[in-house]
Design a binder for this molecule. Structure first.
Ligand SMILES: Cc1ncc(COP(=O)(O)O)c(C=O)c1O
Length: 384
């Protein structure tokens, strides 16, 4: 059987990983500034994370949500403590798309309405509702097309206000990433998030903070949306939550009431996933990783801004992007193949940095050196 060929892959096989490094099958070491797409939050194969998963595996890996699973409550308590949303409710699931799918469904159940406001360049996942509010026609199959999704320009307060004035009574939810990831590292303005909050309050809509990529401490706050100083009604999380173990969840404000069977999943909240997610939060707390991400991010961004040729350096914490001019369009490849550094990208010309929150100062410097060398390689290469 062949694999279904949907991923354009690099011809590299990673067989070992530790902290901010990975190694290929020839033993070559790479610096991981991509974090396997923002997933590696506490560092690859962190010993506490490995031990907690191993210990849990030896006891029980899975039983269905038809019985008590106390480790779910432990996870909810820890999440409440670290995020500060102690009075929120937790629903556990398995992926970012599933988290957003459930958040949107819940908003619709709660309001009895159908329309959702999303923004230009948004990415919320591949399942039916999540993809319907994703601004990329290539991902939307005919069956996913719906009139219920309204797209507005990102950070445009006037457009948002007039949309609510025209359709306010029909809007179930506004969904927004605190920092757009796939869209190219675009930070939502604090004022814009505050306006979403107040319009949702005024019109009875639900504010959904997609924190799948920018959450879990990556931005230097537990949720990137926290920078605006207002709460969302639902936060969705995945990626960094399990540090590579598939686990996702939604944090739901106390005024949204549950009803039996309105949401559900077979695998969501299984013992093993909860152990992985708890281990992540414990390490974040013990190693002060949210503050580390903030400091390291500021350090990197200041240094990046001083590099000739890179444009528009932006982001928060360890979610950083910059534009690469046409003459440096091969920079990402050069970094990977000649300097053994993984980075992320966003089309057409953005390099994205999404390393582990435990990236050390030395590793940040190692990256900056590799970057300067890669730029130099390209500048000094004979033109074709
Ligand atoms: C902001 C955001 N939301 C949702 C998703 C979908 O997550 P998943 O791939 O786990 O379904 C992603 C994935 O990149 C994302 O970046």
């Amino acid at each position: 059987m062949k694999l279904f060929d949907v991923y354009p892959i690099n011809d590299i096989t990673i067989t070992k990983a530790q902290g901010s490094y990975v190694w290929d099958n020839d033993g070559v070491q790479y610096l991981d500034m991509y974090g396997g797409h923002a997933v590696i939050s506490i560092g690859h194969t962190h010993p506490h994370w490995v031990k907690r998963i191993e210990d849990q595996l030896a006891q029980i890996a899975f039983y269905s949500n038809s019985i008590r699973i106390p480790i779910q409550q432990q996870l909810a308590d820890k999440l409440g403590q670290l995020s500060g949303k102690t009075d929120y409710q937790l629903f556990l699931c398995n992926s970012g798309a599933e988290a957003n799918e459930n958040a949107l469904k819940l908003a619709s159940f709660h309001t009895g309405r159908k329309k959702v406001i999303a923004f230009s360049k948004a990415f919320h996942g591949r399942t039916s509702l999540a993809v319907a509010v994703t601004d990329n026609k290539n991902y939307v199959a005919p069956v996913n097309e719906t009139d219920n999704a309204i797209f507005l320009p990102f950070n445009d307060q006037v457009a948002l206000k007039s949309c609510f004035e025209a359709n306010g009574k029909e809007i179930a939810a506004v969904i927004i990433e605190g920092i757009q990831g796939v869209g190219g590292i675009n930070v939502a303005d604090d004022d814009f998030l505050r306006l979403i909050r107040s319009l949702c309050d005024q019109y009875g809509a639900v504010y959904i903070a997609d924190s799948v990529q920018c959450g879990c401490g990556r931005s230097g706050q537990f949720f990137a949306h926290d920078y605006a100083g207002v709460n969302a009604d639902i936060y969705t999380m995945a990626k960094g939550m399990g540090n590579g173990f598939p686990v996702a969840g939604i944090l739901i404000a106390p005024h949204i009431q549950p009803k039996h069977f309105m949401l559900g999943t077979t695998f969501g909240g299984n013992h093993l996933a909860c152990a992985a997610a708890l281990a992540v939060l414990e390490v974040m707390e013990q190693e002060n990783l949210i503050e580390m991400a903030k400091q390291r991010g500021m350090y990197l961004m200041n240094k990046l801004k001083a590099i000739d040729g890179l444009q528009n350096v932006r982001g928060r914490g360890l979610m950083i992007g910059f534009d690469v001019p046409e003459h440096l369009k091969d920079l990402k490849k050069q970094l990977l193949f000649s300097h053994k550094v993984f980075t992320g990208e966003a089309k057409p010309n953005v390099i994205r940095l999404l390393p582990s929150l435990a990236l050390s100062r030395k590793q940040a410097d190692e990256f900056l050196e590799a970057l300067a060398d890669a730029i130099q390689d390209i500048a000094s290469a004979p033109s074709a």
